[in-house]
Design a binder for this molecule. Structure first.
Ligand code: SF4
Ligand code: SF4
Length: 558
């Protein structure tokens, strides 16, 4: 079996010779092996491919001259696996006649090399037969009555398409390196030349000369779908640059998804995709039921976060009857059960009295007593609109992630960004610093307000920031001043997120960190506006989930 990575790889040539071909899709736990052999800042895809090749028994790998990361990957693979067929196919950037002739010539050289390596023989007539069997045009299909999504950017792996399909969306096109279908031309007069023409006529990637027309082409494709997923890979400058450019002019809802090919990031990717789909399909207003004269109906929203699990019981008139906030322990399911029992007890109700339960938060799928789950992005949007309909921008700083959400006047999510890759600027970061300063989390915010000297914490990485705090303590700096510096560091990080969603007032802050007066003041100073904070900022997501539950039961309040 040979591995390959690029849509310009002449896969069918090998298949016609009876070789099994597999597109390498990294799915790794870490880059331990790759980072011994490559610089850690090489793109995650290239590192992931190396990890996969080290795990699997490929006979060889076909690479194309894509970028510096792939060049480096080639060098490492050649060195590590001298016995394998590691081949770098020099793909021309030009796709006109000269480029086609050049690519054909280079592919012929590759065939000779493979024949020498494997002892197999390439037969052009057999190849033609194979092409005729496989002939297919690039698939491109819009489905009516479905949310149509197009994928552009750097290589999108199958898991993204799977999540979209599971959620009922249609992947109308994939214009990334992985493509949905290959353009196969079987031309009897010009067998190899015709085949190469088909390969090079695929949607041009960023390294092709025709990339200068990508804006025109992207516009044309994007016009037919409901939303676009722009996929990038960690440390891939080529597509990160293009995303920043596309975002300026593309008039379509667009989600940026950055993959690092580790299994740990799959939950975050799912949340982003689901939230994006929810934002494209706002619920259809249903006739309002009053419930008057009937028995009161109750619903519940439960938000399973990394630090707290919060439950809200709401009645049919949208009144919050009770809520509970419990610390999330090692098992999110157990904490959810505790939050459920506590809120039922406070409301004087039993589980049978609750008509519908919607779960949200990072642990939403593991709450088995919930009837449905909705992402925390949509629930925070709905919850914020419920508490204050003037809110257009939400800053939610939770235990281990932070997000900024932009709402329209109906409380629907228009845009969102999340920081869930590191603890910097989150509740965990504050906890870590409070421990270092030997104060409680509650005290940290309060003492920050008494600061008299301005101290700047320059490290945004939580590990380095902790060392910085330790050296400030060693230099006899006041705890209050250090605490204030930490609050400002969080505010700076939050400001970056808020700017990315447009900073439309009014602003609301949610999540446990909204209870910290030091951080609240620092964020307000940074954005130059005041933050609306409701009485219990940790239950906004759960309240939003309860509102989704009410809508499910036919109580609509739009
Ligand atoms: S950027 Fe182009 S050359 Fe590189 S892997 Fe993607 S399709 Fe192939
Ligand atoms: S993701 Fe970007 S950096 Fe990585 S191989 Fe593809 S083009 Fe190169």
């Amino acid at each position: 079996m040979l591995g390959y990575i690029c849509k310009y790889a002449p896969v069918e040539i090998f298949q016609a010779m009876g070789v099994e071909m597999e597109r390498i899709e990294p799915d790794v736990a870490n880059f331990n092996q790759a980072e011994i052999r490559m610089h850690p800042n090489i793109c995650s895809f290239a590192k992931g491919v190396l990890e996969e090749v080290m795990k699997k028994d490929y006979e060889g790998v076909i690479l194309t001259t894509c970028c510096d990361s792939i060049r480096r990957l080639y060098d490492v693979l050649r060195e590590e696996f001298p016995e394998k067929f590691i081949y770098m196919l020099d793909t021309p950037r030009i796709t006109k006649e000269a480029g086609i002739a050049l690519y054909e010539q280079r592919i012929r050289v590759m065939i000779q090399e493979y024949e020498k390596f494997s002892g197999k023989k390439f037969q052009e007539d057999k190849f033609l037969e194979y092409l005729k069997e496989r002939q297919e045009e690039q698939q491109y299909a819009i489905k009516n009555n479905s949310v149509n999504i197009g994928i552009i950017g750097a290589r999108a792996n199958e898991s993204i398409k799977k999540i979209l399909e599971e959620k009922g969306a249609n992947v109308a096109f994939d214009l990334t390196c992985t493509g949905l279908g290959r353009k196969i031309l079987a031309d009897e007069k010009e067998i190899l030349g015709g085949y190469v023409r088909g390969l090079l006529s695929q949607f041009p990637c960023m390294r092709m000369e025709l990339a200068s027309n990508r804006d025109e082409l992207i516009r044309r494709f994007a016009g037919s779908v409901d939303g676009i997923i722009y996929h990038t890979v960690q440390f891939c400058d080529n597509y990160a640059y293009e995303y920043a450019w596309v975002k300026e002019w593309l008039d379509r809802p667009m989600l940026l998804l950055e993959t690092d090919y580790t299994r740990q990031s799959s939950g975050q990717i799912r949340t982003r995709i689901e939230a994006f789909l929810e934002s494209l399909t706002p619920d259809i207003p249903q006739p309002k039921k009053t419930g008057k004269g009937d028995k009161t109906m109750y619903v519940m929203g439960i938000d399973s976060g990394s630090t707290s699990t919060n439950a809200v019981i709401m009645d049919q008139d949208r009144k919050i009857r009770a809520f509970s906030v419990v610390r999330t322990g090692a098992k999110s399911g157990v904490s959810a059960q505790k939050a459920l029992e506590e809120v039922l007890e406070k409301a004087g109700l039993s589980r049978e009295d609750i008509s519908w339960i919607v779960s949200t938060g990072y642990g939403r799928v593991s709450i088995d007593f919930a009837d449905e789950n909705v992402t925390e992005i949509s629930c925070h949007g709905k919850g914020a609109h419920y508490f204050n309909p003037k809110i257009r921008t939400i800053l939610d700083i939770g235990g281990q992630d932070s997000k900024a959400i932009h709402l329209n006047e109906k409380g629907e999510v228009k845009d969102f960004v999340m920081n869930d890759k590191c603890a910097a600027g989150t509740g965990r970061f504050l906890e870590m610093i409070a421990r270092t300063l030997e104060v409680s989390l509650d005290e940290l915010g309060a003492i920050a307000l008494t600061s008299t000297e301005k101290i700047e914490i320059t490290s945004m990485c939580s590990v380095f920031a902790e060392s910085e705090v330790i050296s400030l303590i060693a230099n006899n700096k006041e705890k209050a001043d250090i605490a204030e510096g930490v609050c400002h560091a969080i505010a700076n990080k939050a400001f970056g997120l808020l700017r990315r969603v447009g900073m439309e007032p009014d602003f609301m802050m949610t999540g446990g960190v909204a209870k910290n007066p030091g951080v609240v003041r620092a964020v307000e100073e940074k954005i130059g506006a005041s933050l609306y904070i409701c009485e219990e900022p940790e239950i906004v997501g759960a309240a939003g989930a309860a509102l989704y539950a009410l809508e499910k039961c036919g109580f609509c309040f739009i």
